[in-house]
Design a protein around this ligand. Structure first.
Ligand SMILES: O=P(O)(O)OC[C@H]1O[C@H](OP(=O)(O)OP(=O)(O)O)[C@H](O)[C@@H]1O
Length: 139
């Protein structure tokens, strides 16, 4: 959702912009921060070879996902890799990454809406909100 709004706002520059989407999944024991991140098999990693890549995320939490994706893109021959995130939960960082472009620093709360889910729900909220503790304990 954030990406589609973002690319509309940077039209018409750069004229040679290519946009692609993929799903990143974390595997491994324990929390996602200890997992290995893989991109879905439908995305051809070799397509980034020689290109300047901007990775766009809705939210950075521990930093694990983006740090692994940077390594994957660099290892696939990207000319450069920069990061953009709408929300940045800096207090939760476990991997030392910094995005070149961020929208808002976000408190350590459970965020939903504008594409961000709680148990796969509420992605379609047209605004960003935080879920109250009492709601989480009841649902
Ligand atoms: O910085 P990190 O700790 O790695 O967390 C950030 C990741 O977590 C969220 O995805 P999630 O795994 O919830 O999947 P989703 O995008 O399908 O909601 C978010 O979209 C990032 O990809």
């Amino acid at each position: 959702m954030f990406t589609t709004d973002l690319v509309r706002h940077i039209y018409p520059y750069p004229a040679s912009l290519e946009v692609d989407f993929f799903k990143a999944s974390s595997y491994g024991s324990g929390t996602t921060s200890s997992g290995v991140v893989r991109v879905d098999s439908g995305f051809d990693l070799s397509s980034v070879n020689g290109k300047h890549v901007l990775l766009v995320e809705d939210i950075i939490d521990t930093g694990n996902t983006l740090s692994r994706l940077v390594a994957l893109m660099s290892g696939s021959g990207a000319a450069s890799v920069k990061l953009c995130a709408l929300l940045d939960k800096k207090a939760r960082r476990r991997v030392p990454i910094t995005a070149e472009y961020t929208g808002f620093e976000c408190p350590d709360e459970f965020i939903v809406g504008y594409g961000i889910d709680y148990a796969e729900k509420y992605r379609n909220l047209p605004y960003i909100g935080s879920v109250r503790e009492e709601f989480i304990s009841k649902h």
